[in-house]
Design a protein around this ligand. Sequence first.
Ligand SMILES: [Fe+2]
Ligand SMILES: [Fe+2]
Length: 249
Amino acid sequence: MPLSAEQRQKMALYVRSYILRSAENFGHHHADSRASARWTHTLNVVKNADLIMNGEVVGDDLRTAVEVAALFHDIDHYTVQLMYHAARGAETARHWLNKEGYDPDFVKRVEVMIRNHHTDLDDDIPVEEQIAEIVSTLNYETRVLMDADTLDKIGVNNILQSVMTMTQNGQRLADIAQELASGWPLQRASLWRQLLTTKTGQALGEERYQFYEAFLQQISTEIAFVDPYPSLTMTQEFAQVAQSIPKKA
Ligand SMILES: [Fe+2]
Ligand SMILES: [Fe+2]
């Protein structure tokens, strides 16, 4: 059953303020901007889930359950260590949805998706094996949520987010450009792309990866990230500039 506008609004307000309050309470640096970026990520995941489900054959119940799970999926991003955020988030969602009187089967479905949306990849096991494990152990709707989450790590949002974070850390434009073009961001995106397991998720991931790759290549074409002129010492700089500044008459 689709959600009403009021239900959606109430849910979104709860999740948004929970994310903001917990980022502040747990003393994270730049709590405001981090919480706002996390909320944007949440909305992107809802949007990505919608795009995936538009390309697949899904019923209304599944659509609603995935939408709610997407809204809640990172609610506990700031309250616990990353490896526990899915389990804690599943509990927070269950409490709230139960309190609001949602159907117990629906609540269970949402809870299972949130609990399983996060997988820590193990560097010692081949990626293909880990993907096969995901496909064989997680249900389809959980994989829709996972794909929607993963898609936000490939493409435009990832670029904007990296630039914002590096700017907050005091990096200059040329350094940011060089880091983006250094190769590892593309390798990481390639790994994310491999993790997609729904047909539409994979197609969207391919599209975003192509864009991301072209964007990163263009950085090397357009940005002069190496300054070829060695710096002067302070004294040399002072002497040179002092000579060229016109004297007062
Ligand atoms: Fe997450
Ligand atoms: Fe997420």
